[in-house]
Design a protein. Structure first.
Lengths: 448, 426
């Protein structure tokens, strides 16, 4: 009897301003607040509010048999709390139904897992604390940014004792195997839940495509496809962006009425039910081990990380950003740390992508700038300004007594968290790094 | 021949004038005509398209598109759109001067209809407009700037000849295909224009030698008139915050093969590898900008070499003043007005030896564009020895004070006089 697992990803990046040469040194606000708040409000009205209301309605109508899992990035939650707090309330009322599970991810929707273990760990922890504070749940299942998964990730998350981790059910990895079973990671054993990208993309990408032979897609037709897997699978994982509802697929495509009828159509078959991600991990035994030595993501036809690390601009910008880690943490300055982390959001690098040929349309749709090169120019300018602020701070700190040093704190307030955190070994944050004097380069010094 | 007093009556053909200009050509035409207006020369200037927002008080400006509307197979509205497009959307026509189109920008419908190459159909449209003007008025000489206007000048001369007037054609060469090196057929138009011209004016001896060598033109026919730069009071901008910790090296120009941007990136690599408190800036757009950005990222110059697309004239001085050294590594630069502007702003310059500007400014460092080591050394010397750099730029400022458009206009008047006289004998 196959279960259906609906998992939605909720995220909005903090888009960087058109930050030019003359902003360097005078403009410390790097993000386009106006645009970001406008987009958030627009998508809230088109997607988050109507979709949340629909999900709530479906859960109530099915008397709890319809279940959903969400991963909501910290960057999104930050923006929602600032610009549109009602979104949070709306998700909180979903959380109260008991049929909604929240996943763990990196707070800043970053690629830290590829660059820095320490940074990755801190971001996952920050996000976990935020989810705990807002939704009174401790996430049990992890999804990495853009579903990036590689074998070593299982080691990176081992301290959190997750039940499962999500990944793309990509043919090149699976070969003859089916994504509709639960697998186990290579090395450190955690269950792997794989996205059924065919069925997921039927909704997320092809729903409104009139050239597609499945068009028009009805709930009954889709349920039929799901039921046909009966007997040859444990769970069907429908993973997609939450913005599919009302934003990527506009309301007039009929996506909401499709979703309104889907649970009923799927539950018609007595053997089928809905599960959340951790229920799926609890219920099904792993059928085998899957190894993905190289990073696999859910993006583009390549399903690799080339959308963020495919060209020299992206590599250069990411490298320059992560090279700052030690110095940022040396400042023990929470504002600088937060800004640095906000700059890590994968979308900044996605905008620099030059793979126009196979996935250009999707990229253009999601790009905030005219050219990928402009994204690089603005990002680098921001970085130059940021580095000089970090250098200033380090110089200030050096002037201070060591005893007056501010203590570093976590993003979220641990006091507010009423829940026990089973099995989490508290990390050693960057508090006690030895204070080293700043290494400020000086051309005159060097040249004389 | 109609000579009224000692004033000269010139039909001048140009492609652009500020504020709607893309580079040095427009500004040179403006300075030159202003200088001529003080010397009792009446200039009738023909532009492909005159925009209402621009006024030119010192001369008559004609709109070529106004004379040709209706005279073609296609509708007048279509043509009008087309000519406006030339200027506003930076159609491929101005390849030498304009940055090419960004991907996604629409192509001019008229030019690409029927497979015509954009540039030639625009040049032809312009020429027909000029012919109309030449039919209605008489001039003592036709003075044409660069290849886009040569076919028009040849036709204008022919029209005058039909009416029994001997009107010499003076071709003014601001840049050649040899400098731009686009590998296009523009060379042929240039050569035909130069051969048809009665006199040729070049902006430097360097360009004169190119024309003699690559176009087979008799050097006797060529006069050199260096561009000028008007002395002006420069607003002093506050020190850019970047300079608290860093020395700044600047490149301003179209990012195209001719300007040597790739040498600049290698230069940035060379210098910043040794001195991590030097920032390089590359300001300007062009067909090579994207690949230069990628090259810089590949060379690990993220945050060390900063880019900016074309900036407005109002920000130019602030940008020059931001720099400790200005670099122009052009592969071939007929004149090069930007180093002069940098000097006006008190920034010392390192320029390519393949440039005309070194004929008029001695107080700069001239290096072969390909010699990255030498150029890096020159930059480092200027960054290191501020006193020396200040001295050099002060002396350069004295030099360019004498380099006014008035001087250029005087020389031009001599050329006009000679040409008109020669035409009379012929």
């Amino acid at each position: 009897m196959p279960s259906v697992c609906c998992y939605f990803h909720v995220h909005q990046p903090l888009r960087v301003k058109k930050y030019n040469l003359f902003d360097i040194g005078s403009e410390t606000d790097y993000f386009d607040d106006k645009k970001n708040s406008e987009i958030l409000r627009k998508v809230a009205n088109k997607c988050y509010y109507p979709a949340n209301n629909l999900m709530l309605e479906l859960i109530e109508r099915s008397e709890g048999r319809f279940k959903i899992s969400y991963s909501i990035s910290g960057v999104f939650l930050d923006q929602a709390m600032e610009y549109e707090p009602k979104i949070i309330e709306s998700f909180q009322s979903l959380a109260r139904t008991g049929c909604v599970e929240f996943l763990s991810e990196t707070y800043y929707h970053s690629l830290a897992s590829l660059y820095s273990e320490e940074e990755f760990f801190e971001q996952v922890l920050d996000h976990m604390l935020l989810i705990g504070r807002l939704f009174e749940q401790v996430p049990q299942v992890f999804r990495n940014t853009e579903l990036v998964y590689f074998d070593y990730l299982a080691h990176l998350i081992r301290k959190f004792h997750f039940k499962a981790v999500l990944a793309e059910g990509w043919d090149a990895i699976l070969g003859w195997r089916s994504p509709n079973f639960v697998y186990e990671t290579q090395g450190f054993p955690v269950k792997l839940l794989l996205k059924n990208y065919r069925l997921s993309d039927d909704i997320a990408f092809r729903f409104s495509n009139k050239d597609w032979k499945g068009w028009p897609l009805t709930a009954d037709k889709f349920a039929n496809w799901v039921h046909s897997i009966n007997g040859s699978g444990q769970a069907i994982n429908l993973f997609m962006d939450y913005e599919t509802f009302g934003e990527h697929q506009w309301e007039d495509t009929g996506i909401f009425s499709f979703m309104r009828h889907l649970p009923e159509a799927i539950l018609k078959h007595p053997d089928t039910d809905f599960v959340t991600v951790s229920e799926e991990a609890d219920r099904y035994r792993s059928v085998g081990t899957l190894s993905m030595p190289h990073p696999v993501s859910w993006a583009d036809t390549e399903r690799d990380i080339s959308a963020w690390l495919g060209n020299d601009m992206q590599k250069g910008a990411l490298r320059a950003l992560y090279d700052l880690e030690e110095r940022i943490k040396e400042t023990k300055d929470l504002d600088l740390l937060k800004t640095w982390r906000q700059l890590q959001t994968s979308d900044h690098f996605y905008y620099m992508c030059t793979k126009w040929f196979s996935d250009g349309d999707v990229h253009k749709y999601f790009n905030a700038y005219e050219r990928p090169h402009d994204a690089y120019i603005y990002f680098t300018n921001v970085l130059v300004d940021f580095v000089s602020r970090v250098d200033d701070r380090i110089a200030e700190i050096c002037a201070l007594q060591a005893s007056e040093m501010p203590k570093i704190d976590f993003e979220a307030q641990i006091d507010n968290l009423r829940l026990p955190m089973p099995g989490i070994e508290m990390p050693i944050p960057a508090v006690d790094l030895p204070l080293v004097g700043p290494k400020l380069p000086d051309i005159n010094g060097k040249m004389q | 021949m109609l000579v009224m007093g000692n004033s000269i009556n010139i039909l001048m053909l140009g492609w652009e004038l500020p504020p709607h200009h893309s580079g040095g050509l427009g500004r040179a035409c403006e300075g030159m005509t202003k200088g001529l207006s003080k010397r009792d020369v009446a200039v009738s200037f023909v532009l492909p398209k005159v925009f209402k927002s621009a006024t030119y008080s010192w001369m008559d400006v004609h709109d070529a598109s106004g004379y040709i509307a209706g005279g073609f197979n296609c509708g007048a509205k279509e043509e009008q759109e087309c000519l406006e497009f030339v200027i506003r959307h930076q159609c491929a026509l101005m390849r030498g001067y304009f940055a090419p189109m960004h991907s996604g920008e629409v192509l001019c419908k008229l030019c690409f209809k029927g497979g015509n190459i954009a540039e030639f159909s625009h040049v032809d449209l312009y020429a027909k407009g000029v012919m109309e003007i030449a039919r209605r008025q008489s001039f003592q000489a036709v003075h044409a700037h660069d290849w886009m206007t040569y076919p028009a000048a040849i036709l204008a001369k022919r029209v005058a000849a039909k009416a029994g007037r001997k009107t010499p054609f003076i071709a003014h060469v601001h840049a050649t295909e040899i400098d731009r090196h686009d590998g296009s057929h523009i060379y042929r138009i240039e050569k035909e224009g130069m051969e048809a011209a009665d006199r040729i004016v070049t902006v430097s001896n360097y360009t004169k030698s190119i024309i003699a060598k690559y176009y087979g033109i008799d050097p006797e026919k060529i006069s050199v008139v260096h561009n000028g730069i008007e002395p002006r009071t420069i607003e002093k901008y506050p020190r850019h915050p970047l300079k608290r910790r860093h020395k700044v090296v600047l490149f301003i120009g179209r990012v195209t093969y001719q300007k040597g941007p790739d040498y600049y990136v290698r230069l940035a690599k060379k210098v910043t590898d040794q001195y991590d408190n030097v920032k390089f800036l590359m300001v300007g757009s062009g067909d090579m900008q994207a690949s230069m950005i990628e090259l810089a990222a590949r060379e690990n110059l993220t945050g060390k070499l900063l880019f900016s697309s074309w900036i407005g004239d109002d920000m130019m001085d602030a940008t020059y003043q931001m720099a400790d050294v200005f670099v122009m590594p052009s592969v071939s630069e007929p004149f090069g007005i930007v180093p002069l502007e940098a000097i006006q702003n008190g920034t010392p310059v390192v320029v390519s030896r393949n440039s005309g500007v070194i004929e008029v400014v001695k107080h700069c460092i001239a290096v072969d564009f390909w010699d990255i080591d030498k150029m890096a050394e020159a930059i480092v010397i200027l960054l290191k020895h501020e006193g020396h750099a200040r001295n050099m730029v002060r002396k350069a400022q004295d030099e360019i004070e004498k380099l006014t458009w008035d001087v250029a206009a005087e020389k031009l008047c001599t050329v006009y006089g000679d040409a008109i006289e020669e035409a009379g004998y012929a």
